[in-house]
Ligand binder design. Structure first.
Ligand code: 9D3
Length: 261
């Protein structure tokens, strides 16, 4: 790998990362196009670590579109007061329509990150990862004009039941969940993990050295070398944790186990 002390251009570094990962370079590059009033918020954390390296070797790329570039007036306004009255401002249909038409081509799934959307889950992340591209629209203020959603066939997706200050952080969460599923981003072992025996359960507790820390010992079974006992212990831990913390997941897991027989 690249020694830290050696000065190197980003481009040279990318080439080196690519050269060291010839088996991971896909024919096509999964593309996210993010429409936002805050393009500086991207790639943010997705420029680091797993997602950052995957972008460097061409597995995916991120394009941002500054919605303000599609404002028409001299003040470059993107929002206006809601018809019918009420607090706050609404993003204008004409500005957003022009931005979406610039960014999306026919057949693209266009996602508006919205607190009233369908909740993001692993199955939806997998759907997005199976496509070639995704267009993400980030809202600010009270939201966007409803006619844009209808007129452009835009889907709404939420990342959970809590209030954010805009769609950008939600888009980063969605992209993180999707990018790690793209072929070549995670090694085979980790990929297999997701389909493992513990599917649908919370994870069992992990331990590493030192074997005793502040008087706390690692569970004996984990240092026993009995692989079958370790497997059974971990499954039991995962099941008990899931039962206690996530009865919703536990019910699903049990129904799935029953229908498997
Ligand atoms: C006054 C009513 N508010 C709805 C709860 C208005 C409002 C709050 C927050 C409108 C937009 C926002 C900004 N949030 C997002 O853009 C957002 C979001 C979120 O807040 N929670 C979970 N998922 C998402 S996706 C986009």
């Amino acid at each position: 790998m690249v020694p830290i002390a050696v000065p190197m251009t980003v481009n040279a570094m990318n080439k080196e990362i690519a050269a060291n990962n010839p088996d991971k370079i896909p024919a096509k590059c999964w593309t996210a196009t993010v429409l936002t009033l805050f393009p500086e918020m991207f790639p943010g954390p997705l420029g680091q670590s797993l997602a950052g390296n995957a972008q460097k070797i061409g597995i995916w790329r991120l394009e941002t579109v500054d919605i303000r570039d599609f404002a028409r007036d001299k003040h470059r306004s993107v929002d206006d007061a809601p018809f019918g009255g009420g607090p706050g401002m609404v993003m204008r249909a004409d500005v957003l329509g022009a931005a979406v038409d610039h960014a999306a081509t026919s057949g693209d799934r266009i996602i508006y990150l919205s607190p009233r959307g369908r909740r993001l889950d692993q199955a939806l992340a997998r759907e997005f990862a199976e496509r070639d591209s995704l267009v993400l629209l980030c809202g600010r203020f009270e939201g966007i004009d409803q006619r844009v959603l209808e007129g452009r066939g835009i889907e709404e997706v939420s990342v959970g039941d809590y209030v954010l200050s805009g769609g950008e952080t939600a888009a980063l969460v969605l992209l993180d969940a999707v990018v790690r599923l793209l072929p070549g981003v995670i090694g085979d072992r980790a990929a297999l993990d997701e389909e493992s025996f513990a599917h649908g359960l919370l994870e069992y507790p992990q331990y590493t050295r030192p074997q005793i820390w502040e008087g706390r010992e690692v569970p004996e079974v984990l240092t026993s070398g009995h692989h079958e006992k370790i497997r059974a212990w971990r499954l039991r831990q995962a099941e008990e944790l899931t039962k206690a913390r996530r009865p919703d997941l536990w019910d699903r897991y049990q129904s799935a186990a029953k229908s498997r027989g």
